[in-house]
Each structure stands twice: as C-alpha cells, then as structure tokens.
Design a binder for this molecule. Structure first.
Ligand code: 7TS
Length: 405
C-alpha cells in the first residue's frame, strides 16, 4: 500500500489554502508539482555548484558537469536507452519534436512523402509537421479515432504505405487520457520502412517505457510533467539516426573545431546541444527521475488507476456530465463537459472552491472539433491526489451545476 500522506509531505506547494479552503490540485497533465528533493537539488546547484559545463577546468565547473552528465545517465537508464549518446537534452517535448522535424525531416522528407499522425495529437506534434510539409511538399495524413477516443487500427493499417516516412503518435493523449498501442504501431510502421516518433509528454510519468524493447526511433518527453523543472526535456533517439542527422542549431558546445572555412561538429550527444543548456533544470530532471524510481512506476500506475476509477464512477453518476474520452486503455485524465455550463465558467467556479482544473482546448483543437465542443474541463491526477480531493471536485461541480440550473 502506498503511503499517500507521506508522498503529499514531499510536495510543499500542496500545503496551502486558497480562498480559505485547502488547495486541490488537479491540473497535473499541464504540469506536476515538484517534490522537495527536486527543489533542494536545483537550489544546491545554484548555491554551491553554479558554473558553466563542459568548459571550465575549475572545481565548480567540474562538479556542475559531473552532475549534468550524471543526470543524463539516470535518464538513459530510466528509459533503457542503449547509450548516453542517444539522450539529448532539449527545452521539452515541443523542442524535441521541432528538432526532429527540422533536422531529420529536413534531410529525409521530400515531395510526395507522407507523414502520418493521429487525430489526438497535441499541437506540438501537428504544427512542426505541417511546417515541414509546407517546406518540402510532403503530405500530412491523419489516423482517425472512434467516439471513445481510440485509434482506428484498421484505418491505420490502410494508411501505411511505402510513401509513409514517419509515424508520429502520442503515447497518452493529454485531452482524452487514451493510451495508444504504440508497440503494435511501431512494428507495423517499421514493416513499410517508416520511422516512428512517440510523444511521451503525458505517458512518461505514468507508464514504464523501454525504448529498446519498443524499438522506437524517437521518444520525447518533458521534465515538468514528471515532477521535474520546467524548460527542460529530452529526445531519445537511435544513435545511427542521430549520427546521420545534421545539427539542429549551431553554436557553442556542438563543435569540435571551428574555422571560417569549415566547422567540425561535436560527437553525440553534444552535437545537438548548442549553447549553454538549462543546467539546473537537467540536474533537477535527474533528481525527479530518482524520485519516481523511489516510488516505482508500477506502484504509481496502479495507484493512479484506482483514483481514475474512483473519479470515473462519480462522473458516470453525475447528472448532465458527459465524459470526453472513454478509451478502454486510459490513465489519469478525466475530460468532460457539463450541460449548460461553459468549461471556462466551470474552471472559474471551481477555482473559487480551491479546485484547480484546466478548461480549454488543451492544445488539441482537432480533438475538440471531433467531439464538436469548444473546450472541455479536465481534471488530471497524480500520485499525491486523494479520494477526498476527487470528492471535493464533484462537490464543487455540483455547486456549479446548481448555480446554472
Ligand atoms: N505533447 C503532449 C501530449 C502534451 O500533453 C504536451 C503538453 C506537449 C506535447 C507539449 O509539452 P511541452 O512541455 O513542450 O509544453 N500538454 C499540456 C497540457 O495538456 N496542458 O498544458 C500543457
């Protein structure tokens, strides 16, 4: 049994009141809260080790570099990447995908090639591909989904062809909670020779990922949705692909030798980390991963499933509430609309009850278009949430419904 009270004790931000009521934080899909160990690690870096990395010969720079590279190793092991050369630090999921679209896409995508994505992608796995298609004359194709928010796997199979150069698929949808069958999809895409990018922004804090077992070409995620700092994330990719890709940005750290005539690029992973990175963020990211490991992803997934089931039962019984996203395989996200109440009004009313949820299109406008709603209200759960907080959510929803009745 997980000790939720002890876990809650690790997160200082949870222990506050808003409008005289205890904070109920249910916006974890947007960003999770940070445990004390991550806050302390970032603080320790700035208080004791602050220095630039990979350059100085002095003690602080050596300590900062060691901590930065130790983080890379922690993250490599967490995702079971073959080598730390395959672990590239970025600003987050969005930058990771833009890096792939720009560097790999620029070198490998041409007129008439097809890029296949799903109907439930976050904008950050749509727009970079549209931009690439505009530049190259490639074609963007979309795998449809059903009313539950599950991908149409027959349609997927028939969309695949030798023209398909890349499949981009979200591991877990932020707007619906659906978990996609990425293992099968990767296998099928590889049969036609396509590369596969999995957007793990939501999944990585909830589902164990083994990039070698999956044989995934690119896996991307953000630290801030995994109890880590904002502004840092990772791109994990097969070494051979990264070796063959041109640099994404030019500048310091990504070079071995520069003359005005020619520049020789640095080895992996540094070739893709131009400029001073988010050193404190990367070090904090490593600590966040250790925090997850200290609880265990399987225990986390099990606990979150219990909480989602508890919330889903109340949602089903709640008059006037329609759930958006009822996939058989889903996690942590309860997206819904309430008869007669705009999701934004709902968000505001709930805020006054100290219940923090997200209302909007969740950067997944095509999902809203599919369900013909302008927006949804979304409660998303994490390991520190409790059944009592779910009850508080539904009590606040009942208040909102009564106000608009
Ligand atoms: N992909 C998915 C599936 C996401 O949920 C998000 C962020 C991103 C990509 C982008 O991640 P970033 O760290 O680069 O911004 N999703 C959300 C959300 O659901 N509410 O706020 C941000």
């Amino acid at each position: 049994m997980m000790n939720i009270e002890k876990i809650r004790g690790d997160f200082p931000v949870l222990h506050q009141e808003l409008y005289g009521k205890p904070l109920v934080y249910l916006d974890n899909a947007a960003t999770t809260q940070k445990p004390q160990c991550v806050i302390d690690t970032v603080r320790h870096y700035y208080e004791k080790d602050n220095s630039n990395i990979h350059r100085g010969v002095h003690a602080l720079s050596e300590r900062a570099t060691a901590a930065y590279e130790a983080s890379r190793e922690t993250i490599r092991a967490f995702f079971n990447a073959k080598s730390s050369k395959e672990v590239i630090f970025t600003r987050g999921t969005t930058e990771s995908i833009n890096l792939i679209a720009s560097s790999w896409g620029g070198a490998n995508i041409g007129k008439g090639d097809e890029i296949l994505i799903t109907h439930m992608e976050h904008h950050s796995n749509i727009v970079p591909w549209q931009m690439l298609c505009e530049r190259t004359g490639a074609v963007l194709k979309v795998i449809p989904m059903n009313d539950a928010g599950e991908l149409d796997m027959d349609a997927f199979a028939s969309l695949l062809s030798e023209r398909t150069k890349l499949l981009g698929v979200v591991h877990m949808s932020n707007a619906l909670g659906s978990i996609n069958p990425i293992e099968t999809m990767i296998q099928q895409a590889h049969v036609v020779g396509a590369k596969v990018l999995v957007d793990g922004a939501q999944a990585a804090a909830h589902i164990a990922v083994d990039v070698q077992a999956l044989d995934v070409d690119f896996y991307v995620t953000s630290a801030h949705k995994m109890y880590g700092p904002t502004g840092v994330g990772v791109l994990i990719a097969k070494q051979a692909l990264l070796e063959a890709m041109p640099p994404y940005q030019g500048g310091g750290d990504m070079i071995l030798m520069v003359t005005f005539e020619k520049t020789q690029y640095n080895d992996l992973p540094h070739k893709f980390e131009a400029g001073t990175p988010n050193i404190a963020g990367v070090i904090g990211f490593g600590e966040a991963i250790k925090y997850i490991q200290s609880i265990g992803l399987h225990a986390i997934a099990e606990r979150e499933k219990t909480l989602l089931d508890y919330a889903s039962k109340q949602a089903q019984a709640f008059e006037g509430l329609k759930q958006i996203g009822t996939a058989k395989e889903k996690a942590c996200v309860l997206s819904f609309v309430l008869d007669g109440v705009h999701p934004h009004d709902l968000g505001t009313i709930l805020d006054r009850e100290a219940v923090a949820i997200r209302a909007g299109h969740h950067c997944a406008m095509p999902v809203m278009q599919f369900y013909k709603v302008p927006a949804t209200a979304r409660a998303s759960f994490s390991i520190y949430n409790t059944e009592a907080e779910v009850d508080a959510l539904f009590a606040a929803l009942a208040k909102a419904r009564d106000m608009f009745a």
